[in-house]
Design a protein around this ligand. Structure first.
Ligand code: GCU
Length: 607
């Protein structure tokens, strides 16, 4: 029988976990660095009561019995395995709805360790709270299920038998982002790739470059930005090379590890959906060299217009979750990204709202190549603890990780800071501070939030929806979610609605739609039929078309997605059915309704 004192000691020691935090270093563009991919099968051990973390139960010590008397009550060898990357929920039946902690282990040899290199374990994302350990040492913890992080292992790595042991806990908590209730599936685990990354002792951990919008209409344009270096010994110079633009510029590195630059270029081809032009851009500093494919464009608002490269644009969009419906998993590959972008392009889209959290990097890079514009957001969704300053700190941390990752992506044009949150004072303050913070990190993109109409009747007849959310003053674009005809009334209720705001800003309808079972056909007033959904789209599109200042739409949603909130038997069965495509990849009638509408918008534009 286990001695309860040992048990209590183990639990008590485990509580102050986070203060053991090592330095989480951001390293951009892993794919262009020297790296060893650690994806594949990882052993795992379920830790339902979070007891395996510390003290005598320190599972990350990877202990094995040394002799017959030894008592070691866990083993990674043998152990069950899980695929990484991948949510654990679809991999083992007993893990379908498991929410808790799981310890993963991967072992590997690294024969050619170079003394001139530093080594990091880089994780594309792990949901939600992650403890990373290496060769028996705790490196640190990370919170947030959708952004990359890495920890250094230079002093720990050895030629043989290295072991990475990672604890991932996807339980939902009130002070988390997202909070406890979401209308999407809480895929737990190491959901994106893990790599061992080798960089020179002084390296470029990130770089930022963008077209200076004040030079948009000039013959000679300016590309400005900065390189961020890490290392004890900084080089005297750094270099930027853009072969196609005949740029090969030396930069002086002063005492700070941030090298700012502004480079004049001629004959710059601007990135746009019609011409997704990417340039190879090479950053060099000391022994380090990183190459990336980057497009240059400007994004601005002018009154109620949205200007891409100075020209008004209409966003023919759709919403999307980061899931491959056919495999029922969190998306994590270029194939997963290709699947959904192909569907979006078939729909006639030039824009996608990546809801409600940072999606995998592959889809953002593929959107760059294909000329699809993106809206990105953090899961500041229902039930956020707005009055908790720690939660604001977490939001800033998650946003800085996202912006660090996608700043150089031309496709990404809008940062959204919230979805459907009531305008109470604590929330207004929180989001106001977050909007200001995001602007300090990135002044090349626009900021929005998916808002709701004014709830209380403010003297306007209820045929007029008004928008006076105080957060709008902090935003560039008014985005509204509207489910008239589904959550309120029937589709024909859309006929005598109009939208009013005093604010001189562009408007995006960031969500509308209704559910349908693919293959169920009936009259257009029968809920869950394809005909009802198509009828709802017809009426909604006509209603939104009348909005003065409408610059885009992102209907909810491209494809059915998994949600624990949706349990209507024989209809939902764990899926939100508002997709225009079923989880098996079959298109519903409304897909063609929207496709025709976007076609008409393109014809209108070309006139
Ligand atoms: C909300 C919400 C979505 C949700 C959708 C729905 O507006 O933002 O996350 O899935 O409505 O009810 O289907």
């Amino acid at each position: 029988m286990m001695n309860w004192k040992v048990f209590l000691f183990a639990v008590l020691v485990s509580i102050p976990f986070s203060f053991l935090k090592g330095q989480d270093v951001f390293i951009a563009n892993i794919q262009d660095r020297e790296h060893r991919c650690l994806d594949g099968k990882w052993e795992y051990i379920i830790d339902a009561y979070r007891t395996w973390g510390m003290g005598g139960m320190a599972i990350y010590k990877n202990a094995t019995p040394k002799n017959k008397t030894d008592r070691v009550e866990y083993s990674f060898n043998p152990a069950q395995t899980l695929w990484v990357p991948g949510g654990w929920n679809v991999q083992q039946p007993e893990l379908t709805y498991y929410e808790g902690n799981i310890w993963y282990r991967k072992t590997f040899n690294e024969e050619n360790i170079s003394k001139n290199n530093r080594y990091f374990i880089h994780i594309g994302a792990a949901n939600y709270k992650t403890t990373v350990t290496f060769n028996g040492t705790i490196l640190g913890t990370h919170e947030g299920g959708f952004t990359p992080f890495s920890f250094e292992v230079t002093d720990l790595i050895q030629p043989k038998d290295n072991y990475v042991i990672i604890g991932v806990d996807n339980s939902r908590q009130r002070d988390y982002i997202p909070a406890e209730v979401t209308d999407w599936f809480n895929h737990g685990g190491i959901t994106r790739s893990v790599n061992l990354v080798a960089v020179p002792s002084t390296f470029i951990n990130n770089y930022f470059i963008a077209l200076d919008k004040s030079t948009l209409h000039k013959k000679t344009k300016a590309l400005s930005g900065k390189m961020v270096l890490t290392g004890d010994v900084l080089p005297e110079t750094a270099r930027i090379i853009i072969p196609e633009l005949k740029v090969n510029q030396e930069l002086t590195v002063n005492s700070s590890s941030v090298v700012e630059f502004s480079i004049d270029v001629k004959h710059l081809e601007l990135w746009s959906p019609d011409n997704p032009k990417l340039y190879q851009v090479i950053f060099e500093a000391g022994e380090d060299r990183v190459s990336d494919e980057i497009g240059f464009r400007t994004m601005e608002t002018k009154g109620k217009q949205l200007l891409l490269n100075g020209t008004p644009i209409f966003l023919k969009g759709i919403c999307l979750h980061d899931e491959n419906p056919l495999r029922q998993v969190r998306a994590n590959s270029m194939e997963d990204a290709k699947l959904v972008l192909d569907w979006a392009e078939e729909l006639g889209c030039n824009f996608i709202r990546l809801a409600h959290y940072p999606h995998q990097e592959n889809i953002v890079r593929l959107a760059d190549q294909r000329g699809i514009l993106l809206w990105e957001e953090l899961p500041l969704y229902w039930g956020i603890q707005w009055d908790n300053p720690e939660v604001l700190t977490k939001a800033k941390q998650q946003y800085s990780e996202l912006i660090n990752r996608d700043y150089n992506r031309a496709s990404s044009i809008i940062w959204s800071i919230a979805n459907e949150t009531a305008p109470i004072p604590a929330r207004n303050e929180f989001l106001g501070a977050l909007a200001d913070y995001v602007r300090t990190l990135d002044d090349t993109r626009l900021i929005s939030a998916a808002c709701k109409k004014d709830q209380e009747l403010d003297g306007h007849p209820d045929s007029v929806y008004t928008y006076n959310d105080p957060i709008l003053k902090k935003l560039d674009i008014l985005s509204l979610n509207e489910y008239l005809g589904w959550y309120g009334g029937l589709p024909d209720a859309c006929r005598n609605k109009s939208f009013h705001t005093d604010l001189d800003m562009p408007i995006i309808v960031s969500e509308f739609g209704g559910g349908a079972i693919q293959g169920f056909h009936a009259d257009s007033l029968t809920r869950w039929s394809e005909e009802f959904q198509a009828y709802l789209y017809e009426e909604s599109l006509a209603m939104f078309d009348s909005i003065d200042g409408l610059v885009g739409l992102t209907p909810w949603i491209l494809v059915d997605f998994r949600s624990p909130l949706r349990q209507l038997h024989g209809v939902q069965d764990g899926w939100n059915r508002k997709g225009l495509i079923s989880e098996k990849g079959y298109k519903k009638k409304a897909f063609f309704t929207l496709q025709a509408y976007y076609k008409s918008k393109s014809i209108e534009k070309d006139k």
